[in-house]
Design a protein around this ligand. Structure first.
Ligand SMILES: NC(=O)c1ccc[n+]([C@@H]2O[C@H](COP(=O)([O-])OP(=O)(O)OC[C@H]3O[C@@H](n4cnc5c(N)ncnc54)[C@H](OP(=O)(O)O)[C@@H]3O)[C@@H](O)[C@H]2O)c1
Length: 300
């Protein structure tokens, strides 16, 4: 897929899935801007992306917090660096606080809505003020948690399904924009590793059956759909876990059964006094897989 001469913006591009999108675009000779909060992460992501920049694409790393009042200005600055509205906009900024409801501070709900949902609304609000009728692609990273309800994600799943609803509405108003909502399963990134620190045992046991994927797989699968660019302007993309998703639609009781079985298993493990031991094992398993993936990715 060769798409030179164009430009891309990745909000949340300093890590994980976003960084991988930015890498992909740089490799395809696009100018790329990434935005996120942490300067050190931005710098290290820029270095990573530059390794794949073989055609002197311009790579911009801009510091910005999607939850801040000033974020509109960052978008304006980015558009002036990129010299106009990007051909590809990817929104991956996201936070998750997996815990049992009673343990979650209310502020975590606010932060989730502001980052995962309103940050995207804000991005589009500012971007579309500069938009004429150019054909562009907007890719939004939702989550499988938006499609299959699970345990421990009350801060997160509602914000991810809100994205779908918002994007679908926009797709009726902006016919020249192709919208893609992506629903990844568990993906080996920093977010997943930090989520594991607070994830309830029940959630781990449920997630076990959902499988695990990698950022490069999500990007290559998504971009293969984007490249086809069919007649519609709204697409929903499930890179992995389509079988489980299908089961949840056709036989929802199977999902309830699986969740209830995991709840029973968690209770048993707790009774046996093995909760910490089991959690540690799972955390370690994910961490090893993540480190192995990152090692390979950084060598490429
Ligand atoms: N990993 C998974 O298992 C999984 C599964 C399904 C969906 N997702 C979704 O995929 C998206 C990407 O997550 P990831 O797994 O790739 O995690 P990640 O590696 O932690 O990346 C998240 C990115 O968002 C940025 N970010 C977070 N809050 C921000 C804010 N307020 N303003 C600007 N940037 C912000 C982070 O940079 P800074 O910290 O520097 O701001 C980072 O660049 C998220 O929306 C996530 O919900 C992840």
């Amino acid at each position: 897929m060769k798409i030179n001469g164009k430009k891309a913006l990745v909000v949340g591009g300093s890590s994980g899935i976003g960084r991988e999108f930015a890498r992909f675009f740089a490799e395809q000779s696009l100018d790329v801007a990434i935005i996120s909060r942490n300067k050190a992460k931005l710098e290290s992501a820029k270095q990573f992306i530059e390794k794949f920049n073989r055609n002197e694409s311009k790579i911009y790393a801009l510091q910005g917090d999607v939850t801040s009042e000033a974020f509109g200005k960052v978008i304006d600055e980015t558009l002036s660096s990129l010299n106009g509205v990007p051909d590809y906009v990817v929104y991956t900024a996201g936070v998750a606080f997996p815990r049992k409801f009673a343990e979650i501070p209310f502020d975590n709900f606010v932060q989730s809505v502001n980052t995962n949902y309103l940050g995207f609304v804000k991005t589009m609000h500012h971007l579309l003020q500069h938009y004429t009728d150019k054909k562009i692609n907007v890719i939004v990273i939702s989550s499988m948690a938006a499609l299959i309800d699970t345990f421990g994600y009350t801060t997160y799943a509602p914000t991810k399904i809100a994205l779908r609803s918002f994007v679908k509405g926009l797709s009726y108003e902006y016919k020249d924009i192709s919208f893609y909502v992506v629903y990844p399963i568990d993906t080996l990134t920093n977010q997943l590793i930090s989520e594991n620190e607070t994830k309830p045992l029940e959630t781990f046991l449920i997630d076990e059956s959902g499988g695990i994927t990698t950022p490069d797989r999500i990007v290559s699968y998504t971009m293969s759909i984007v490249a086809k660019n069919g007649k519609k302007n709204f697409y929903e993309i499930i890179p992995d876990g389509r079988f489980v998703y299908l089961v949840s639609k056709v036989f929802p009781w199977v999902i309830d059964l699986a969740v209830n079985s995991a709840l029973g298993k968690a209770q048993k493990i707790r009774k046996e006094g093995r909760e910490r031991e089991v959690l540690n094992k799972m955390i370690e398993r994910y961490r090893k897989k993540f480190e192995e993936y990152e090692r390979k990715r950084n060598k490429t």
